[in-house]
Design a protein. Structure first.
Length: 59
């Protein structure tokens, strides 16, 4: 965290309908987490939601 640049946040009042740019980063999170888990444990999680004990439950 000490290497992260400072982040400034500004909330801008608006009468427009909700929308945004934050959603564009969400689709790439699941594959990244799945690959990180597979590299860490050697086990692939292939169903959502991810549970670390899924293999023990037979999922």
């Amino acid at each position: 965290m000490r290497d992260m640049p400072q982040v400034a946040l500004a909330i801008v009042p608006s009468t427009e309908a909700p929308g945004g740019v934050g959603e564009t980063g969400v689709p790439c999170v699941v594959p990244a987490v799945a690959n990180a888990w597979a590299k860490l444990t050697g086990t692939r999680l292939r169903k959502l939601p991810f549970y670390p004990c899924a293999k023990m439950r037979g999922d």
